[in-house]
Design a protein. Structure first.
Length: 381
């Protein structure tokens, strides 16, 4: 009898804690923002806030930065910091223990990822490639470049430290004409290397090369603000080594072709801004398109600016804890009352031994309810 009652008590205590543990919460926090022109789309609706700094983000949120605004996100899963450059549209696709999947729609991002453990994964996707890492410092650009024949969409994945596996989704014009699926091709990048995936019309091609100087200059100028990382060298080691070999080969100090002269920083910035005119609103328009004209009644939402997102989340969590404490305490008190009634009946029936045992268990259960009621009283946002 004692064992059965104790098992019941433990089951009640365990079940009362389950809803408190299995709550969905923030998956990332904005730890740095160089300006206020930041847009967050959540469940197809624009999120209202006055200051992006400290804003907590949920799985599925889409973040867009305006002109001249840089943002740094601290991911709660995956031990990583992601920096979004200006004019960037970025989405937190899936973030659970052991799996982090992010998506870059348009713009430029840089991620510093701590070494992953076991089978953990960390990927950033674009329309034409998927970059998977084990622990590294790398970046991805998705930009548009205007050409005489047709606009060209470029996805550039590059590595500053560590290594990255890039899967490029390639498709030639004949494959596209036949309506066939892209062919995945895998590239392994080390520090100082990059893969450029270009798409013109329906054809997609990829090329592995060294990091272009404009990329090194851009991220050297716009380095992380919330963490310390090694300075980006003016030339990656592989490029410096290649130049040294070229100098030794002809004895005249001949240099490799200047990549910056082919695609200068000025031209890239012009192309980036041109693409921004359509790329930046793209995510917002797509999100707004799925919002019904007259949304169904939803839970009460405080006016934008009255409370920050972080404060709202803390209030909701506090209310959930208070509710859980009251429910758990009430269950224990009810069970104790039932046992006390049983003990009275047993005493009147001439079974004092079992009656005393049930009185003791009822007293223990009553005392066990006190911490839950106290927690409900003292919990504050």
């Amino acid at each position: 009898m004692k064992k059965n009652i104790l098992a019941l008590v433990l089951l009640i205590l365990f079940s009362s804690f389950i809803p408190l543990v299995a709550q969905e919460g923030p998956v990332a926090t904005i730890e740095f923002a160089s300006g206020d022109d930041v847009l967050v789309i959540r469940s197809g609706r624009r999120l209202g806030f006055s200051d992006p700094f400290g804003l907590e983000l949920l799985e599925g949120d889409q973040v867009q930065t305006g002109r001249g605004v840089f943002v740094e996100l601290r991911l709660h899963v995956g031990s990583a910091v992601v920096k979004l450059a200006e004019n960037t549209t970025f989405r937190l696709e899936r973030m659970v223990t052991g799996e982090t999947s992010l998506s870059l729609v348009y713009g430029r991002v840089r991620a510093k990822v701590d070494k992953l453990a076991g089978t953990d994964t960390f990927t950033i996707r674009s329309a034409t490639s998927v970059a998977g890492v084990r622990g590294t410092d790398f970046g991805i650009d998705v930009i548009a470049r205007q050409q005489a024949e047709a606009p060209e969409n470029l996805t550039r994945t590059y590595v500053f430290e560590g290594s990255v596996t890039v899967t490029a989704l390639l498709r030639s014009s004949p494959l596209a004409a036949e309506g066939l699926e892209p062919i995945p091709r895998e590239y392994t990048l080390e520090a100082g290397e990059m893969v450029v995936v270009s798409r013109v019309d329906t054809a997609t091609e990829a090329e592995k090369t060294t990091i272009q100087p404009d990329i090194l200059q851009f991220w050297s100028t716009n380095d992380f603000s919330t963490i310390n990382v090694p300075d980006i060298p003016e030339k990656p080691e592989v490029l410096a080594s290649a130049e040294a070999k070229a100098d030794a080969g002809d004895g005249k100090g001949s240099a490799l072709p200047d990549t910056a002269s082919e695609i200068s920083s000025a031209l890239l910035k012009e192309a980036f801004d041109r693409g921004y005119s359509t790329g930046y609103p793209k995510g917002y328009e797509a999100a707004m398109a799925v919002i019904p004209a007259q949304a169904a009644p939803q839970e009460f939402v405080l006016p934008a600016g009255l409370l920050g997102v972080a404060e709202s989340m803390r209030i909701k969590q506090a209310l959930t804890l208070q509710k859980g404490g009251i429910i758990a305490g009430s269950i224990l008190v009810s069970a104790a009352a039932g046992l006390a009634g049983t003990a009275i009946w047993q005493m009147e029936s001439g079974d004092p031994e079992r009656s005393v045992d049930n009185y003791r268990v009822a007293a223990i259960m009553s005392l066990s309810s006190l911490p839950f009621f106290l927690a409900a009283l003292v919990v504050r946002p």
